[in-house]
Design a protein around this ligand. Structure first.
Ligand code: CS2
Ligand code: MG
Length: 403
């Protein structure tokens, strides 16, 4: 089973996606997501100009060897661009292997460890009442876990809060990133009242999550974690920027609020210390940004040894190909925690036909051979790439800050 074609498809049905499609000499195809929000063309070029030609003629069945070949062989290892490219190849090869074996991929990675995948949905609003209404709607749909975000009085834009009623998409089309203003003081003063309002109205009967989105110092995060303890959060996500692992140690010293991080990590080496020293409770690495199914399982296996559970990143800026693959991993790994689920738009779903499904707060991976997702190249061709950037954040005095 030799690879005879490797195609990179860039499409923009509402937002940009980069997909790798591999074809073998016996006509099997496999797809992999390589989308890196705001830097899509860098990964597309890495694949087109450096990787695709290396795949032609290779034995499609040698997934681990191909992973090592692309990782070690690049000499320049790790990093978001390289690992998204390696991930796309790896994911496509698992898709092909499942089709060749006539089995869904989860059967190839150990079979089911559970009947379904618990997901969390996003409730967000410019005001607390708006967010509460979204919580109510998600609970009505059967969600057992809800992430809440809210606008902060005095700040024009806040992470996770859509502008103008549009579905939330952080990257905005244009030649320059939008600039937002941030105030930690305004945020820390206001955000606990959101959790008080949620628990007061809906009680404790569901998991409650929040994404700080990398914006606090360790002591500020410790203070927030402590202030939110009465509301028994499932997790507080990305409280600080991820480079400094010591910062998590300081947070741990002050609060028992569970901590999740890892969506911007690209390899096991980025999160090994946090996992082995149990400085976090959930690891949020994703199939697309952490080197594919092969490497993600390595990270999750290490986490399983250290009481750390999975909580994969699943925003709409990762394609349905990534979500399909994530559900196969989620249903198989022993230390599953939860999966993020932001439904893609109908236009995007039409470009990426798939057979995974959502029902009553749970998701089910496809039962078809392979991953159970594909890309409709004709439909994709109708949506050319549009330059878009993630916002940047500045403090009120103009200093650059983490977005
Ligand atoms: C976020 C993402 O979903 C999340 O947890 O952190 O929405 C993140 O902002 C985007 O993926 C960035 O592209
Ligand atoms: Mg996040």
């Amino acid at each position: 089973m030799r690879i005879v074609a490797a195609k990179v498809i860039v499409t923009c049905p509402d937002r940009n996606f980069v997909t790798l499609k591999l074809t073998t000499d016996d006509g099997l195809t496999g797809v992999g997501d390589a989308t890196l929000n705001g830097r899509e063309l860098a990964v597309a070029s890495y694949l087109r100009d450096h990787v695709c030609q290396l795949l032609i003629g290779r034995d499609a069945g040698r997934i681990e060897d191909t992973w090592q070949y692309l990782y070690r062989g690049a000499y320049w290892r790790r990093g978001p661009v390289t690992m998204a490219a390696v991930a796309a190849v790896d994911t496509a090869l698992w898709d092909i292997k499942g089709k060749a074996a006539g089995m869904p991929v989860y059967q190839l990675i150990g079979g089911r460890s559970r009947d379904a995948v618990t997901v969390y949905g996003h409730a967000t609003g410019a005001t607390i009442p708006e967010t509460l209404d979204q919580v109510a709607s998600l609970l009505d749909q059967g969600y057992r876990a809800v992430r809440v975000q809210v606008g902060i009085p005095g700040l024009d834009k806040t992470y996770g809060v859509p502008q103008g009623g549009e579905p939330y998409e952080p990257a905005t089309a244009g030649a320059r990133p939008e600039e937002a203003t941030w105030s930690t003081a305004k945020y820390l003063d206001f955000v606990p009242s959101l959790f008080a309002a949620v628990r007061e109205r809906f009680g404790q009967g569901f998991h409650l999550l929040h994404d700080v989105h990398h914006r606090l110092t360790p002591i500020e995060a410790a203070r927030l974690g402590k202030a939110l303890e009465p509301y028994s959060l499932f997790w507080l996500e990305d409280p600080i920027s991820e480079e400094s692992h010591e910062g998590f140690r300081l947070i741990r010293q002050h609060t028992t609020t569970p901590i999740a991080t890892g969506e911007v990590y690209n390899s096991i080496w980025d999160c090994r210390q946090l996992i082995t020293e149990q400085l976090i409770d959930y690891i949020r690495t994703s199939v697309t940004h952490a080197g594919g199914i092969t490497h993600l399982r390595r990270i999750f296996d290490l986490a399983a040894l250290h009481h750390v559970r999975t909580g994969s990143h699943g925003p709409t800026d990762l394609s349905p190909v990534c979500l399909a693959a994530a559900l196969h991993v989620d249903v198989a790994v022993p230390n599953f925690g939860i999966q993020e689920y932001m439904p893609h738009t109908g236009t995007t779903d039409a470009v990426f036909p798939h057979s995974y499904r959502f029902a009553d707060g749970l998701m089910y991976p496809s039962e078809e051979p392979g991953l159970g997702v594909d890309i409709d190249e004709k439909a994709a061709a109708a949506y050319p790439y549009r330059q878009a950037y993630l916002p940047v954040n500045r403090l009120e005095d103009g200093s650059m800050h983490d977005w």
